[in-house]
Ligand binder design. Structure first.
Ligand code: NAI
Ligand code: MG
Length: 502
């Protein structure tokens, strides 16, 4: 019976979608792959400097692959010191001679234009994001791309209203911003960084992450199409060494970084003693807290969304779950039932809930932590789903029960679909446990009582706290952390302040 279902689906499908999902349950969705007909990925990409795509000085390129099948998508230029210097010079020139002199409302028009073109090309962006990074097409389509466009729209509106944002002050731009972004939300992170920088009158050199360069290069095409003056936005590619060249370039006024705490610390050291400003968005180990009066089914959806969304490649992922003791059994049972229904597989399939892990390295990190969790004596549970055969990087949705505070899986960022579950009796106890972490990016609270929400959100040391929801984002809402989660805020008015002298 199981085999028949599998064969039928293969026959009606006929294409290369991996239908090695387990159909043992007897019933399953038919494959619903998004088409790739409408996208163009070049064999090779150059650096976007001073409004043109130019070859890298050293002539070196590196591959970017699709983590769902390990096939090479394209070769991408590796920017070295010379290229970074060229990009910073272009940005400085554009800043001095064009962008800082342009009336603010004209700047706003360009930013709107980028947002509009991005919306028009939304499908293309979503598909490329999924192919290059492994996230599900559903998320790329419904979260990443619309939110990226929303950030350009939002900040376009602020460009000519900065005096109203900071009444009584005379805000002026910082100059050239060096921006370094990670692989978990490639296009969205580019939008978070570029849109407020431009609205405030800065120019930009942005480097995308080495495993996910393609949507930022598409964005460079959109920027070209929008007619943005040459050099206002420069988009370069490369790995950590290229990022370090940006950070250390003497003519950068601001470094905006999102990524690991380890690299955040390196950057902080590198700019100490200079007058470069910095915003650092680093790791997290968020507590998602379920009180016994919470709407439990809704909470279970929030837990699932909080940790399995985007394969857990989310700095604000609800990776520590705290359940009040008297509802712990029922919540864990509901959670396991819901995990069982999650589909892990081809990210291009619209039914897939959990796509591919972004890279072999990251899968290695996740597997290392799963091993550590087992070794620490926590109770291990994974859904019984099967993973696609053969190529690609995959991880089943994973739970650890009976975790204790001292366990490494409760303390360290895993950045994968792995949830550490603990229980608690009182609100005081859970606040203490939740705050007992080197991080402080985000948290979630599930309860029926508004008063409890206000009490807890006051006491939790986290930059973003969701109540009866999780992983909700809006361009108007500031985002950022405490402690080792970094400093500075992105989004909203706070996000403007990070790109201005006020
Ligand atoms: P990473 O911090 O090395 O990479 C992020 C970006 O920084 C990339 O563009 C990279 O090329 C660049 N970079 C690397 N070294 C640099 C340097 N010395 N100077 C300037 N730029 C540099 O993160 P990685 O290695 O990809 O992931 C390692 C861990 O970091 C993950 O397992 C996860 O725990 C965490 N992480 C957190 C993210 C977040 O959103 N907070 C995003 C990505 C990773
Ligand atoms: Mg890739």
């Amino acid at each position: 019976m199981a085999t028949t279902a599998k064969q039928k689906i293969k026959a009606s499908n006929g294409n290369s979608i991996d239908s090695s999902l387990d159909f043992n349950s007897g019933w399953s969705y038919s494959p619903a792959p998004e088409s790739t007909d409408h996208i163009e990925i070049k064999d090779q990409y150059e650096l976007f400097i001073n409004g043109k795509f130019v070859k890298p000085a050293k002539g070196k390129y590196f591959p970017t692959i699709n983590p769902a099948n390990e096939k090479r998508l394209s070769m991408v230029a590796e920017a070295t010191k010379e290229d970074v210097d060229k990009a910073v010079k272009a940005a400085r020139n554009a800043y001095n001679n064009v962008w800082s002199k342009m009336p603010a409302r004209e700047r706003g028009k360009y930013i709107y234009r980028i947002a509009r073109i991005m919306q028009e090309r939304a499908r293309e962006f979503a598909v490329i994001e999924t192919l290059d990074g492994g996230k599900t097409i559903r998320e790329a389509r419904d979260v990443d791309v619309p939110l990226a466009a929303a950030h350009f729209f939002y900040y376009a509106g602020w460009a000519d209203k900065l005096e109203y944002a900071f009444p009584g002050k005379s805000p002026h731009p910082l100059g050239v911003a060096g921006q370094i972004i990670p692989w978990n939300f490639p296009l969205l992170m580019a939008a978070w960084k570029i849109a407020p920088a431009l609205a405030c009158g800065n120019t930009v050199v942005l480097k995308s992450a080495e495993t996910t360069p393609l949507t930022s290069l598409k964005l460079a095409e959109v920027i070209q199409e929008a007619g943005l003056p040459d050099g206002v936005v420069n988009i370069i590619t490369g790995a950590g060494a290229t990022g370090a060249e940006i950070v250390n370039h003497p003519d950068i006024n601001k470094v905006a970084f999102t990524g690991s705490t380890a690299v955040g610390k390196i950057i902080q050291n590198a700019i100490a003693g200079t007058d470069k400003k910095a915003t650092l968005e680093l790791g997290g180990k968020a507590a998602n807290i379920v009180l016994d009066d919470a709407p439990l089914d809704q909470a279970v959806e929030g837990i699932i969304n909080g940790i399995y969304f985007n394969q857990g490649h989310v700095c604000c992922a609800g990776s520590r779950l705290f359940i009040q003791e008297d509802v712990a059994d029922i919540v864990v049972r509901k959670l396991k039932d819901r995990m069982e229904s999650l589909i892990v597989g081809d990210p291009m399939d619209k039914n897939t809930d959990i796509g591919a892990i972004n890279s072999k390295e990251q899968l290695g990190v996740i597997n290392k932590y799963i091993k550590i969790g087992k070794g620490e004596g926590a109770e291990f549970y994974q859904s019984s789903c099967s993973l696609p055969n053969g190529k690609g990087f995959w991880c089943k949705p994973t739970l650890f029960l009976n975790v204790s505070q001292s366990h490494r899986i409760a303390q360290e960022e895993i950045f994968g679909p792995v949830l550490a579950v603990q229980t608690f009796r009182t609100v005081e106890e859970v606040i203490e446990k939740a705050n007992n972490t080197p991080y402080g990016l985000s948290a979630g609270v599930w309860t029926d009582k508004g008063a409890k929400i206000f009490n807890m959100t006051n006491k939790l040391r986290a930059g973003v706290i969701w109540a009866n929801t999780y992983n909700k984002f809006d361009p108007a809402s500031p985002f950022g952390g405490y402690k080792e989660s970094g400093f500075g805020r992105e989004g909203g008015l706070h996000g403007l302040a990070a790109y201005l002298h006020v």
